[in-house]
Ligand binder design. Structure first.
Ligand code: G
Ligand code: G
Ligand code: MN
Ligand code: NA
Length: 249
């Protein structure tokens, strides 16, 4: 039933929206980018999390339509915002389509958006699954100037050593590590090691799920580049983010 409702929601103009969560430079606390996050307001059940509906969309063959819609809406809505990057989450299913990079290129051209402004977030498991055309798409997208971030880094199966081989631009450190600070001494060391390894490879780092000043202080101290989390800002509507960018820009 949820699948049928999702099918209708993808066609509807009002049920699916995009919210934006800003990323801040750790050094200056300046907004460097925003991450687009899908939201589904179900007519009877209310708000449904993407953690629920993205897997349904993937299984029901709806993810390409949903992903394209999210990207189109986010790229157009954020066009005039004074940020360096717009980050969009991409499903492994989308990346397996051999035409994915071409689809993105066409969309950027149609909207008139500089590809260097777009960052695609892909999960670590997408990269470790060597199936299909993921690698080809990533190479083609990077050749256009689109940057690639590994989302939720540390939760997948790749070792730190694998960081050396990945052809990406940014590592987003999973929030479970940040939230372990002060509770398990290991997590501070793990995050420090990830930041150092990433920097040695010329990759930027973002810490996710920053909720306390202590976490933010430690992350700045070890040289993590960008911070994202409820301490700094929750995901917001386009109107909310425009207001925030006006007061902080
Ligand atoms: O915003 P929230 O914490 O509810 O997001 C839950 C999960 O849904 C996150 O892992 C996020 O990456 C994913 N997600 C949000 N928007 C999109 C999207 O447009 N496409 C894909 N594939 N995943 C998304
Ligand atoms: O998997 P991905 O990183 O794309 O998930 C992003 C989601 O993480 C967003 O939907 C957002 O709601 C959630 N998120 C962002 N900041 C925080 C935070 O500080 N704490 C927690 N618990 N969740 C967060
Ligand atoms: Mn993400
Ligand atoms: Na993440």
């Amino acid at each position: 039933a949820l699948e049928r409702d999702l099918r209708n929601a993808v066609k509807s103009e009002t049920q699916i929206k995009v919210e934006y969560q800003p990323l801040y430079s750790a050094e200056e606390q300046r907004i460097t980018g925003v991450e687009a996050l899908l939201r589904w307001q179900h007519p009877e059940r209310g708000w449904i999390s993407p953690e629920v509906f993205i897997p349904i969309a993937e299984e029901a063959g709806l993810i390409e339509a949903l992903g394209e819609r999210a990207m189109r809406q986010a790229c157009s809505e954020s066009r005039s915002w004074p940020v360096q990057t717009l980050a969009v989450n991409v499903s492994a299913v989308e990346l397996r389509n051999p035409a994915y990079a071409m689809k993105v290129a066409k969309l950027l051209l149609a909207i008139g958006m500089d590809p260097r402004r777009l960052e695609l977030e892909i999960t670590e498991s997408t990269l470790t699954d060597s199936a299909g055309h993921c690698e080809h798409n990533i190479r083609a997208l990077r050749a256009l100037g689109v940057t690639i971030a590994i989302d939720d880094f540390g939760t997948g199966f790749s070792s730190l050593g694998r960081l050396q081989q990945l052809e990406v631009d940014r590592i987003k450190i999973d929030r479970s590590f940040v939230q372990g600070f002060g509770r398990s001494a290991n997590d501070e060391d793990i995050v420090k090691a990830i930041v150092n390894l990433a920097h040695a490879k010329g990759l930027r780092t973002t810490a996710e799920g920053v909720e306390t000043i202590e976490q933010s202080d430690y992350l700045r101290q070890i040289g993590c580049d960008d911070l994202q989390g409820f301490l700094l800002s929750r995901p917001m509507s386009p109107v909310g983010i425009e207001r925030l960018l006006r007061v902080s820009g």
